[in-house]
Design a protein around this ligand. Structure first.
Ligand code: ATP
Ligand code: MG
Length: 415
């Protein structure tokens, strides 16, 4: 009996055809725009020691408490498939001895991330992120600039319409201590009604409850105090400066005091670019300031700020994936013209044109193949024309045909 066809693992997907092209377009656009802002691309490993994430993201975060793909490798080390990119970038900054020279350092990354989540539209177990980090900058202008770069990418992709930047501050340590006490009081008063997960959070990290997705929790969160009255003058001043710079840089903002972000390493600025065009999975780009993360990795205090965006969600917002390139089909009429056809084929490719030749078949079959590939033109090499140094150029959209000098074929097709 034949083997049953194998399926991809739940929550993973193959990127093929327009899915791949949309993905590639999002990553390529981010790479190009971030280069304009001085970001250099880094590629860090897809797996890291579990400690890289467990230490930094916070043990009560959803990611660490229930979403990590962790396993023991054959040598007995605890390994985790990266659930996000920032921890690895900070680890790399420290591991490569880059914590002193040339700060601030602006980094871009792109690649797959892994989280054990319930798969649904816009939520996968292997998904992809692009991310931007500004490492070693304590100034509010760094926050505003990296956010402006994100906005620029959304605009360049043509998807900024209907996307809103929601922004908040998590203050400094002093603001947060005061706020945490107020939250503890609020949530303790509603303790019995909290979800089991949030009961645990209440004991360990009450701020984490603000990020809960549980319906019952959301109602209790709605009446919780916001951080604003607990901000120190310095923290409030920092936030004002970020907002002012964003305004100057032309990025529209909407303050949302409920934004806390899911990971423990954030302080001061926290933000999300959200849309209502993707149903429940409406956050397309999110980030904030993380002043303590590099120190968690064993480096010196290195205030930093950045964001990550889900490539699948950005792709879904694209009006259309970029079209596949349309080839030029080179068609020898018989075997005797094949060598000349191959020569012309390579000349076209060397000139930067997409060109194809069918591996077999008569003229009719080869024309059919050209049509199936949506070829824009065919170059037909017949015996008489070749003897005269000529070739037939057929425009497959217009249906028109002309006999042209072989030597002009490449330039006539646009190279
Ligand atoms: P969510 O609230 O949707 O779970 P998150 O806060 O866990 O998001 P981040 O850790 O901030 O997300 O990741 C940044 C971005 O990566 C998200 O805004 C989203 O676009 C994307 N993302 C996160 N998790 C997934 C996933 N499982 N599948 C697809 N995209 C994801
Ligand atoms: Mg999540």
């Amino acid at each position: 009996m034949a083997n049953p066809p194998l399926q991809p693992v739940r929550g993973t997907r193959d990127l093929i055809g327009e899915d791949f092209r949309g993905h590639h377009h999002v990553v390529g656009t981010a790479r190009r725009i971030l280069a304009l802002y001085g970001h250099e691309e880094w590629a860090t490993p897809i797996f890291e020691s579990t400690a890289v994430f467990a230490r930094s993201l916070g043990e009560t975060s959803d990611v660490v408490s229930k979403e990590m793909y962790s396993f023991e490798d054959r040598g007995g080390d605890s390994i985790t498939l990266r659930p996000e990119g920032t921890a690895g970038v900070c680890r790399a900054l420290v591991s490569n001895g880059l914590t002193q020279a040339n700060l601030p350092r602006k980094v871009f990354y792109a690649g797959p991330m892994f989280r054990y989540e319930r798969p649904q539209k816009g939520r996968y177990r292997q998904f992809h992120q692009i991310g931007a980090e500004v490492l070693g900058a304590a100034e509010p202008l760094a926050d505003a600039e990296v956010i402006a770069a994100g906005w620029h990418i959304l605009q360049e992709l043509g998807i900024s319409e209907g996307v809103v930047l929601e922004i908040n501050t998590l203050g400094d340590a002093e603001s947060r201590d005061a706020y945490r006490a107020a939250l503890l009081e609020h949530f303790t008063a509603h303790q019995a009604a909290l979800s089991p997960d949030s009961q645990v959070r209440l004991a360990k990290n009450p701020m984490r409850i603000l990020d809960s997705k549980d319906e019952g929790d959301r109602a209790i969160v709605a009446t919780a105090p916001t951080i604003q009255p607990f901000l120190t003058a310095a923290a409030a001043g920092f936030f004002d400066a970020v907002l002012r710079h964003l305004d100057t840089l032309g990025v529209p903002t909407r303050q949302n005091p409920r934004i806390v972000r899911g990971l423990d390493y954030y302080s001061h600025t926290a933000f999300e670019f959200v849309t209502d065009r993707l149903g429940a999975q409406g956050t397309v780009m999110a980030g904030g300031r993380y002043d303590g993360l590099v120190a968690e990795m064993g480096g010196p205090a290195t205030p930093s700020v950045g964001w990550a965006a889900g490539v699948e969600r950005l792709s879904m917002l694209l009006a259309a994936a970029p079209a596949a390139p349309r080839p030029v089909a080179v068609i020898p009429v018989g075997e005797a013209q094949e060598a000349a056809a191959l020569g012309l084929l390579q000349d076209l490719r060397r000139a930067g044109l997409v060109a194809e030749i069918a591996y077999k078949g008569n003229l009719k079959r080869r024309m059919e193949r050209a049509n199936r590939l949506s070829a824009r033109a065919a170059l037909i090499l017949g015996e008489d024309e070749l003897a005269a140094g000529q070739v037939q150029l057929r425009d497959l959209d217009a249906g028109s045909q002309a006999t042209i000098p072989l030597a002009e074929a490449v330039s006539r097709l646009g190279a």
